[in-house]
Design a protein around this ligand. Structure first.
Ligand SMILES: [Zn+2]
Length: 291
């Protein structure tokens, strides 16, 4: 059995926070491909992940959110899919190996394409698309596959099928973003998501991103109540809500707010608590201390 499940049987674990905003602070421009930094500025990616691991994250996330073919193609990088995803996994592996009890989640974001009939993605083409990314992440040494910020259960099914085929035995973690009246953009409710995904054999299921810690509390309650036997719940809340400041959005959630959120998640029975947009290692440290 995976060491991840063994650890989750014992304690509440911490997952890391935002990558995108951290890279923008380090000079990534709007419209730049974050994944390119896995080969061009690996020391920057390593520094961000090291800061999260040092802050107490038991899970760090590879810098591969946009590593599917369609999203890389927006930057003309589709031919470098295997290279960029594998490099992202290798960096995270190196950091995790310096921190006992730290696991690497190979990050899979939405493909950017819609499922048939609204779009062109079918279960077969979707599975092939995600398989390419997952193979590269596995080659780089990830401990788990994280399928995140999802809205459409059909797309998740394609990614899960790919992970089960390409990475048999690796834990699969799925988080959906319930950011539209406590449902995903495609209308999926938390209880529906956790039951549906558990039936596919996924054992770590939850929510990320969203509309702040208050909404995440409600979502967590619904997830925990509907949780089938043997399923672990993960929540990764944004650090508060975005506020327009000048010409950019700043998240208003302080590390103290994240500490309150973490304690509440633990009381509710959530097994992995982390953060998402607007967060930094200071937020992760706060979460780890609260747990
Ligand atoms: Zn987010």
């Amino acid at each position: 059995m995976s060491a991840i499940y063994e650890a989750l049987e014992k304690v509440t674990l911490v997952s890391d926070g935002a990558m995108g905003t951290m890279l923008q602070d380090r000079g990534l421009t709007d419209g730049g491909a974050p994944e390119l930094w896995n080969v061009e500025k690996p020391e920057e990616i390593e520094a961000v992940l090291e800061a999260y691991a040092a802050a107490g994250a038991n899970f760090i996330t590879t810098n591969t959110f946009g590593g599917t073919a369609g999203r890389l193609a927006m930057h003309g990088l589709e031919d470098r899919l295997a290279e960029l995803n594998k490099a992202g996994a290798v960096i995270a592996r190196k950091v995790a190996d310096r921190h006992p009890g730290c696991f690497v989640m190979g990050d899979i974001g939405p493909s950017g394409e819609l499922m048939d009939p609204m779009g062109t993605l079918t279960p077969e083409t979707g599975k092939a698309l995600f398989s390419a990314q997952i193979s590269a992440l596995v080659a780089g040494g990830v401990d788990a596959i994280l399928i995140e910020t999802m809205s459409d259960l059909g797309e998740v099914e394609a990614a899960v099928a790919a992970a089960q085929e390409v990475a048999p035995g690796l834990p699969i973690i799925v988080t959906m973003s319930f950011d539209t009246n406590l449902r995903t953009m495609m209308g999926v409710k938390p209880a529906m998501a956790i039951k549906h995904l558990a039936a596919l054999g996924v054992r770590i299921i939850g929510a990320n991103c969203g509309r702040g810690t208050d909404e995440m509390s409600q979502i967590a309650k619904e997830l925990v109540e509907a949780r089938p036997e043997g399923v672990f719940v993960i929540t990764q809340s944004n650090a508060g809500l975005p506020k327009l400041q000048g010409d950019e959005f700043i998240y208003d959630g302080t590390p103290e707010e994240m500490a309150r959120y973490a304690a509440e998640m633990k009381d509710l029975g959530v097994n992995i608590v982390g953060s998402c947009c607007g967060s930094s290692p200071a937020h992760t440290q706060s979460i780890a201390a609260a747990l």
